[in-house]
Design a protein around this ligand. Structure first.
Ligand code: SF4
Length: 484
């Protein structure tokens, strides 16, 4: 019989088809480098949390029955006050508690879940509810259920306990335990049935990574491509049998923006907002195309930086005399061993000196420069001048409805439609998340120093590609508008 873990239980609760596929090995388990890095970070946070309880005993046993027996023995031992990875078994359900601590009055135990996050999330309550439920069904009821989160005020050099904040979640978790309890028999039988349960389309499918091999394979333009589609509206459409944008009646109540996208997909025609022409004319030449890469980690990389604080690590600038004519390219990448934000800010000011628009894609660069100005008040004036010159190219794309965009405006979606001969394919680093992780891996020395040069070249190539993509996209927009 399949062992049901927390992950399997919670996923099956959300979607029985997904859960069945997970239980029956139909979902590939290959993890991206980004996920692997985040998992490593999670393990390190777990290690640091356990280090705060030097008296703790670890349940090392991997075999479930032996681990559960060992846990019971420790729970009964009066000299034992802290257990790590305490294991609970109920029928074929298994749960492991990160930390169990004997309550101060010596009566009962508290259950602590450690998370490498600075924010409390609903899914954490679900995680704790599952563990509590299986513990309770196996005969162990914790007194209190607590969440141990990373404290965003922590800085390198502080006392180890200051890395964490503890939140008592007992009431919320117990309410969720009551909701979960009736599903125990149902989920067990669902995942062990020989045939995959028929999928049911609902809002949950919107972000499901199985969508393309599940419902997505038969639906060309699913309703989920409609921007800002709320659950209520999606449920209402599905109930009426509308699953594809092409099936949406012309008079269906949608926001103005949603209607525009739906009409564009339905008629398959490009629509250019006349206002885009004026926006393009307002760009001051020569112009600078600017893109940043950043990193962020649970444990700060440098002094004075908080957990998950965004650290600017590199930039790329394409300098153009006029639209499509690249004059020069400038770039910067930080030394992973040091906090180089000051040097980067100074170089950025130099490299963007002069007049002319600074073109970005999204408001991210603006936000990061605003943060730099707060960190280095003496640079506030030149950084503010940069802010005043920024023009967001994505806002131009918002005024362009193209059936190929499928309601999205991210450069990774727009570029292949507008500039099909330019692609991120073949780049060693081809997305921002991987860039974040690779830089952090160098800073953490998870990438050996003799490979840094190669990694930095890949990072620079990726960032350069982002600004070149903007140059070419801008050129394509100009062409499109002028041919109208
Ligand atoms: S696409 Fe929907 S039905 Fe299919 S596995 Fe995902 S959540 Fe379940």
């Amino acid at each position: 019989m399949t062992t049901v873990t927390k992950d399997l239980f919670l996923n099956t609760l959300l979607c029985s088809t997904f859960g069945w596929r997970l239980a029956n090995g139909k979902i590939p388990k290959e993890l991206s480098p980004t996920t692997l890095f985040r998992m490593e970070e999670g393990k390190e946070i777990g290690r640091r949390a356990r280090a705060l309880f030097p008296e703790g005993v670890f349940i090392w046993e991997t075999e479930h029955v032996i681990a559960a027996r060992r846990t019971t023995e420790y729970l009964r031992e009066s000299s034992c006050s802290v257990i790590f990875e305490g294991t609970f078994l109920f029928e074929n359900y298994i749960a492991r508690a990160d930390i169990l601590t004997r309550a101060a009055d010596d009566y009962g135990w508290d259950l602590i879940e450690v998370k490498s996050s600075v924010n409390q999330k609903t899914e954490f309550i679900d995680d704790m509810a599952y563990t509590t439920l299986i513990a309770r069904e196996s005969g162990f009821s914790p007194n209190a259920i607590k969440l141990m989160l990373v404290d965003r005020n922590y800085r390198l050099g502080m006392e180890p306990h200051m890395l964490f904040q503890i939140i008592d979640c007992t009431t919320e978790v117990m309410a969720r335990v009551d909701e979960f309890t009736p599903y125990l028999p149902e989920i067990r039988s669902l995942i062990s049935q020989p045939i995959e349960p028929a999928p049911t389309l609902s809002y949950k499918c919107k972000n499901c990574d199985q969508f393309q091999v599940c419902f997505g394979k038969d639906i060309d333009c699913p309703i989920f491509i409609i921007p800002r589609l709320q659950q209520k509206k999606a449920d209402e459409m599905i109930e009426k049998g509308i699953v594809c944008v092409l099936d949406i009646p012309d008079d269906y109540p949608l926001s103005v923006n949603q209607k525009r996208i739906v009409e564009c997909v339905k008629c398959g025609r490009v629509r250019v907002d006349p206002g885009i022409r004026k926006m393009l004319q307002e760009i001051q030449w020569p112009a600078f195309y600017l893109d940043f890469e950043t990193t962020m980690t649970a444990l700060p990389l440098y002094p004075g930086i908080g957990p998950y604080e965004i650290i600017l690590t590199q930039y790329s600038i394409h300098f153009c005399d006029q639209c499509g004519c690249v004059h020069t390219h400038r770039e910067y990448i930080a030394n992973p061993k040091l906090d180089c934000r000051r040097e980067l800010a100074e170089r950025l000011i130099e490299d963007l000196a002069g007049e002319g628009s600074i073109i970005t894609y999204s408001s991210f660069e603006k936000t990061v420069i605003g943060a730099l100005a707060r960190i280095f008040p003496d640079l506030e004036e030149p950084l503010s001048q940069i802010l005043d010159r920024i023009v967001d190219l994505e806002k131009f794309v918002h005024r362009l409805d193209h059936p190929g965009f499928q309601g999205k405006t991210s450069i990774k979606v727009v570029l292949p439609v507008m500039v099909p001969d330019l692609s991120y394919e073949g780049l060693e680093i081809a997305n921002g998340d991987l860039a974040k992780v690779r830089f952090a891996m160098m800073a953490r020395e998870m990438i050996h120093e003799h490979e840094w040069e190669e990694t930095c070249v890949a990072l620079l190539e990726y960032c350069k590609m982002d600004t070149l993509a903007m140059v070419r996209l801008h050129e394509a927009l100009e062409r499109m508008v002028n041919s109208e």
